[in-house]
Structure formats: structure tokens, C-alpha cells
Design a protein around this ligand. Structure first.
Ligand code: NAG
Length: 172
């Protein structure tokens, strides 16, 4: 139990160093954005009840929320973002502040949930990728660099809604 916690702490420490600038950076004015990106789909009726997204269609103008909690488990960041025409969201966490506290690192403290779908026939929440509890973030080393700008880009989801009415399966 204790060693598991130590392992988690150590691995998060490594990630922390990978993804955060050091405090003694030579360019203190450099702006660093935290971004979460992902897709929102309408699950195909045929796969209802599973986590399968095969044949799923992206949902434009769907809303998702990014929720981050501090070490006291209080919500420290909450914002709703809308998907673009391709069902893709790029959630730039303006004003997200990171303390030196490891548990407040986005990988540990932030989650993404589906909020609402504009499609009348596909607006039920699903737990695909733990959307109902909050889908965790992943980091695969994706960053954007500008001259005085840097963005650390996390991925989450994909999230999905499902139709409220699916025709019964037809067996021919
Ligand atoms: C998404 O959020 C925006 C802004 O809060 C709102 O205007 C829009 O109606 C929402 N879309 C849906 C599908 O709920």
C-alpha cells in the first residue's frame, strides 16, 4: 500500500519534471498554456452498452467540461468548451495555475466530462472512457512552441453521447 503510493508519487514527480518548466527558467515571461484536446462522438446504436466507438460520428458544437481539483479535493478549475465542426475540442485552460503541489498537476487533478449534445437524437451521456466520472488526461509529449509561448497539450477521451432510441436489432 505504502510502496504503491510511493511509486505513484515518484512517477508523477517524473512527469512533473517532464511537463513543467523549472522555476529558474532563463525566460521568466514565457507564457505556458495548459491545453486538453479530444473528440466527442455519437455512438452508433449497434454498439450501445459497450465502449465501442466504431461507426461513431463526431458531434460538432457539443459541450464538454474540464474540471480540476486541488489537493483538498475542492474544484479549483471548471470551464465548458465546445467542439468545432469536426467534433474536436481544444480546451485552453486560461488561468489554470499550477502550484508546486504534485497532486495539483493536470494529469492528476483534471478530468473531462461530456456536458451536452446539440443533437436531439443523440444526447444521452455515456461513461465511455469514464466520461461520467471524469475522463483522465494523457500526456504523450505533445507541445507547441512559439517564440515566447509554449503549450503543453494533453489528450482526453474520446467522449461520447448515445441515441436515446435505438431500433431493436434485426435478425434476418
Ligand atoms: C454549449 O455552451 C454554450 C455556452 O455556454 C451554449 O451557448 C450552448 O448552447 C451549449 N451547447 C449545448 C449543445 O448545450
Amino acid at each position: 500500500m505504502a510502496s504503491t503510493q510511493l511509486l505513484i508519487l515518484l512517477s508523477s514527480l517524473m512527469l512533473f519534471q517532464l511537463t513543467l518548466p523549472t522555476i529558474t527558467s532563463a525566460e521568466p515571461e514565457k507564457k505556458i498554456d495548459v491545453v486538453v484536446e479530444g473528440m466527442v462522438y455519437c455512438q452508433h446504436c449497434e454498439h450501445s452498452g459497450s465502449w465501442s466507438l466504431s461507426e461513431a460520428k463526431p458531434i460538432p458544437a457539443a459541450n464538454i467540461s474540464v474540471i480540476c481539483k486541488n489537493y483538498k479535493d475542492q474544484v479549483s478549475y471548471y470551464k465548458v468548451f465546445e467542439t468545432d465542426g469536426n467534433g474536436y475540442f481544444y480546451a485552453q485552460l486560461e488561468g489554470f495555475t499550477m502550484s508546486q503541489c504534485l497532486v495539483e498537476h493536470p494529469l492528476q487533478s483534471c478530468h473531462v466530462k461530456p456536458v451536452s449534445s446539440p443533437l436531439k437524437d443523440c444526447n444521452l451521456l455515456t461513461n465511455i472512457n469514464y466520461g461520467l466520472y471524469g475522463s483522465p488526461l494523457r500526456f504523450k509529449g505533445k507541445k507547441l512552441y512559439g517564440s515566447n509561448y509554449e503549450a503543453v497539450i494533453y489528450a482526453a477521451g474520446p467522449l461520447a453521447f448515445r441515441p436515446d432510441h435505438c431500433p431493436p436489432p434485426t435478425h434476418v
